[in-house]
Design a protein around this ligand. Structure first.
Ligand code: SF4
Length: 76
């Protein structure tokens, strides 16, 4: 398992992570920012969306994180 988080204050809603890891990231229409998808979502607030992902998704999510133009995604 790994923890993933999106800093919504940095997210510019470019859509790169939605395309690269569509099972984990989605647009949250009310905020216009990225949100972690259910069932991986563990906590969602105005400024952060946090989740927990299985090991077999870590590489995909790390790729999305490194492709995010604003560095809004963290994977630990
Ligand atoms: Fe937001 Fe980064 Fe995802 Fe683009 S790649 S939608 S800036 S979190």
């Amino acid at each position: 398992m790994a923890k993933v988080s999106v800093n919504k204050e940095l997210c510019i809603a470019c859509g790169v992570c939605w395309a690269l890891a569509p099972d984990v990231f989605e647009l949250d229409p009310p905020t216009g920012k990225t949100k972690i998808k259910s069932p991986y979502l563990t906590k969602d607030s105005e400024s952060m969306s946090e989740g927990s992902i299985p090991d077999n998704m870590v590489e995909t999510v790390k790729n999305a994180a490194s492709s995010c133009p604003t560095g809004a995604i963290s994977v630990e």
